[in-house]
Ligand binder design. Sequence first.
Ligand code: PGA
Length: 240
Amino acid sequence: MKIIAGNWKMNGTVGALRDMYAGMSEIQTNNNVIICVPFTLLNIQGSNGIEKPTNLSIGAQDVSAHNNGAFTGEISAQMIANTHAKYVVVGHSERRQYHSETNDIVREKATRALENGLTPIICIGELMEEKQAGKTFDVIECQLRNSVPANQSGIIIAYEPRWAIGAGLTPTEKEIADAHALIAKTLESMGLANTPILYGASVKGSNAAEIMSIPNVDGVLVGGASLKPDDFIPIIESVK
Ligand code: PGA
């Protein structure tokens, strides 16, 4: 059983969700399949004649670090927990890059998610400059130690090398294996052994099975190839 999580980013309408639900309702899988959709789609189930298939869970893509109050435009963990969502992505590299999210902010967001019964999918990963400077391991260890709430189980980690996201580039199998081994070892030292570790960045039907056969890869976080059932379902069906 693997975790196959889709991240729709700023894409997706009710029609696209309907198509995904229709595609998923035609398959059987033992994998834990999640799609992280825009806030506007978190509560569509049961309305507009759309029923979510039981083999699919829903997640959000971000959450406020605050509980509630005067934060115009933000969405709290309590609000997300009030929808059909069970998961929320936090610290995605696009949030870190375009919205200046620091490790401290990411940790606060993950904490709010946990307090409200949501599973945070906490993203980490190095930039190309950091990779070229030989700092990959330092960066991902530092992000892990500072973005993950202390002594909290019930989280998922997603390792996404930032230089490979949406770029059609993937690290070598050895690079993925080494990064995931370091992440597993660091999580163990933090008392979080057995935390699932996903790989993300340019995952598609043609490379998903190979990536998920690498040790310590418990699943994938998929961006572009999660938007349409024709692309996403082959990833789900590539592993048992
Ligand atoms: P990608 O995105 O699969 O389009 O590379 C992955 C992600 O950003 O989560």
